[in-house]
Design a protein around this ligand. Structure first.
Ligand code: AQP
Length: 340
């Protein structure tokens, strides 16, 4: 069977990049795969989160999943901390993975910066927990943004090393030699990396201190329009061909956002807007963004008005996820040699 797992951290305001690069892509996969979509609250606390804010962000992300069209009857939606097997398997993986592997992760280097001695141990071990999230369900595919590819490769390395280190025990227990699958990425279409509105060389991110750098999923029409109008650009008009976007990171980003929101290619967008200035293109982009995002924001607000229902959906999702995770951990305990 084909099983998908993916997760997003409730670590701040969800933004257009999270939507176009992740959430929106989760929806059609429900037609072809068994899907597990997680709110990875344990990942979020690798950097300090205010507890009340963590609860708010957990509900907001759940509301975004639902408003985008993820159906909690067909797919499993839950928050990670509720299914304890994630943490349990992550510990085993901490003992399988090597510190050197973790030190090589570019996201760790970016997030830790120069201060790498004084970030949480959890931030370094993050990919090990991510591997546990995926492999505790033996997921075959993970839809990831291009920024998460390196972590998924590490997940495969951990699976392979576990299968190899414990090969004799896996055989003795009568289990499949490829006990953990080598999970494949699901390659995304174009515009999977949305860049900051202030700086075309940085990705749009929840943790960017500038609110102007991102379009948040709960921004109202006015805020969306203002942010797009103020977005950094060069003074040149739009080129007529995709080639002309080379070396123009900001222009490339805005055209990419338009294309993704309109479900068209950049070439098609440029065929329409090539030669036009920003005074024409930015208002058109703002209108399009509002048309796509406003209905979703309305639905998110409606859902968030009733937090008990959201919490109930997460609880039910966890009830469905847990037996799958328990079955894997039961085997893992025997494979590793734990009694009981
Ligand atoms: N700018 C982006 N463009 C496209 N996709 C993106 N994703 C994140 N930023 C962009 C995708 O959204 C999912 C969320 O991942 P995450 O919550 O685990 O954290 P992240 O990738 O570190 O995302 P953020 O928003 O930048 O959060 P912070 O600032 O906390 O690090 C992933 O599928 C990711 O690919």
């Amino acid at each position: 069977t084909n099983r998908i797992f993916s997760g997003i951290q409730p670590s701040g305001d969800l933004h257009l990049g999270n939507y176009l690069g992740a959430i929106r892509r989760f929806v059609p996969l429900q037609d072809t795969h068994e899907c597990i979509y997680c709110v990875v609250d344990m990942h979020a606390i690798t950097v300090w989160q205010d507890p009340e804010e963590l609860r708010r962000a957990t509900r907001e992300l759940t509301a975004a999943y639902l408003a985008a069209g993820i159906d909690p009857k067909r797919s499993i939606i839950f928050n990670q901390s509720r299914v304890h097997q994630h943490a349990e398997l992550a510990w085993v993986f901490n003992c399988v993975a090597r510190i050197g592997w973790m030190n090589r992760m570019t996201q760790f280097k970016d997030k830790a910066g120069k201060n790498s001695e004084n970030v949480s141990l959890g931030l370094l071990a993050y990919p090990s927990l991510m591997a546990a999230d995926i492999l505790v369900y033996k997921a075959t595919h993970v839809p990831v943004g291009d920024d998460q590819k390196q972590h998924l490769e590490l997940t495969r390395d951990i699976a392979a090393k576990f299968n190899n280190d414990y090969a004799a025990s896996i055989r003795a227990e009568g289990l499949e030699p490829e006990f953990f699958p080598l999970t494949e990425p699901l390659i995304a279409g174009p515009a999977t990396r949305i860049m900051s509105l202030r700086d075309g060389s940085k990705k749009m991110s929840k943790s960017d201190p500038s609110d102007q750098s991102r379009i948040s999923l709960l921004d109202d029409a006015d805020a969306i329009s203002k942010k797009i109008k103020r977005a950094t650009t060069d003074p040149e008009p739009l080129p007529s061909e995709v080639e002309g976007l080379k070396g123009r990171a900001e222009a490339d980003n805005l055209v990419g956002i338009y294309a993704a929101l309109a479900d068209r290619t950049k070439a098609e967008v440029l065929a329409e807007y090539g030669g036009q200035g920003w005074g024409v293109f930015k208002p058109a982009l703002a209108d399009l963004a509002v048309a796509v995002l406003a209905p979703m924001a309305d639905e998110m607000r409606r859902l968030l008005a009733d937090p008990a229902t959201i919490d109930g959906i997460l609880a039910e999702g966890a009830e469905r996820a847990r037996p799958i995770a328990q079955a894997t951990m039961k085997d893992v305990r025997r494979i590793v040699g734990f009694i009981g």
